[in-house]
Design a protein around this ligand. Structure first.
Ligand code: 5GP
Ligand code: MN
Length: 325
């Protein structure tokens, strides 16, 4: 937690304790289209605040309304609401830019806001930033906050934090998998959680139709050796043909980025007639946070994304230009 000062921690824990003691509504908001880190961190903090005595803590995200199936058995889902009551204190999780909060961004400036995040591209919104770009996951920051609030880990909180950690470290593979991350994982396992079952459920259980879809998207991948680039695209028609929900495409970038001839991999996932959610990965040499910010998104050096408009060919042209700048 090198980047977060003691003053910041004290301000955040103080604001939370005051709100809990007063019985004030506290709203937790994570980023649109939540992944395991966003949702896991949010539900962990929500359950910890309840254990601290909070009676009015609610959690939400800007959409889409249906959660990916692997998340439907997460502990703390009863914290989630579609229309939260007006909060006195807000906590945002895993969102590096106001745009990632959708309509909830309008509360910024009106409601004191604690920001829990770990993105290099964090834009500086909110009042009390608990943001450490050296943290492997927002869940790592959330675990520290929960510890500083004096709430002991239980099985439910630990499962949520664990899902955040394994999502954002690629199950302890990526560069920010520090000794601290492994020590946190050890603390989480001490609560008795079952890492094999959680991994299997969250990452390794998909409908057979998803397997066939992966085959098609991978077989269409294009390698551009001169640009050290590999990419593919999955359309809404592809999803429909195989009867699959968009969430099954999370993680498919891993199947593309292993191409040895490329330093950068992209997967374009269609979300509207001319709208694509773009996932980018690098081997570390290319700073994709910079590239993604230039294209209207954000992320980390080795993993970043943005929303692209037009055709896949047009979006790839923009990526090649941004990579060259
Ligand atoms: P993924 O490819 O797994 O969806 O996202 C990789 C990283 O890029 C994550 O840290 C995520 O927060 C960030 N990211 C993905 N899409 C967007 C986007 O549209 N806007 C911003 N600001 N960040 C994004
Ligand atoms: Mn994250």
């Amino acid at each position: 937690m090198g980047e977060i000062t003691e003053d910041r921690w004290a301000a955040a824990t103080g604001a939370l304790r005051t709100a809990v003691a007063a019985g004030d509504p506290i709203l937790l908001v994570c980023h649109v289209n939540p992944d395991g880190d966003a949702l896991g961190s949010m539900l962990a903090v929500g359950q910890a605040l309840r254990k601290l005595g909070a009676t009015k803590v609610q959690a939400t995200y800007p959409g889409p309304s249906a959660l990916p199936e692997p998340f439907l058995v997460l502990p703390g889902l009863d914290l989630l609401v579609d229309s939260p009551e007006a909060p006195v204190l807000m906590v945002t999780l895993d969102a590096a830019a106001e745009s990632r909060l959708g309509a909830y961004a309008s509360l910024l400036g009106e409601v004191p806001t604690i920001v829990l995040d770990h993105h290099a591209s964090y834009t500086g919104f909110g009042d009390i930033p608990l943001v450490d770009s050296g943290a492997a996951a927002t869940a790592v920051v959330a675990a520290e906050l929960i510890s500083r609030l004096g709430v002991p880990l239980d099985l439910q909180i630990a499962e949520c934090l664990y899902i955040g950690v394994i999502t954002d470290t690629g199950s302890f593979k990526y560069a920010l998998t520090t000794p601290e991350v492994h020590r946190l994982a050890a603390d989480l396992l001490e609560t008795g959680l079952d890492p094999g079952e959680i991994s299997s459920r969250v990452f390794d259980t998909r409908p057979f139709g998803a397997v066939k879809l992966y085959g098609e998207v991978l077989s269409r991948a294009v390698l551009e050796p001169e640009n050290r680039l590999v990419w593919s695209a999955a359309s809404l028609a592809d999803l429909e043909r195989h009867g699959q929900a968009p969430y099954v495409l999370e993680g498919l970038i891993d199947g593309i980025r292993c191409a040895a001839e490329a330093d950068v991999a992209c997967l374009l996932k269609q979300v509207g007639p001319a709208e694509w959610s773009v996932s980018m990965r690098s081997r570390g040499g290319v700073d994709l946070s910079r590239v993604a910010v230039a294209l209207g998104g954000g992320g980390h050096r080795a993993a970043a994304g943005f929303t692209g408009y037009g055709t896949p060919a047009e979006i790839m042209d923009r990526i090649r230009i941004a990579l060259g700048e």
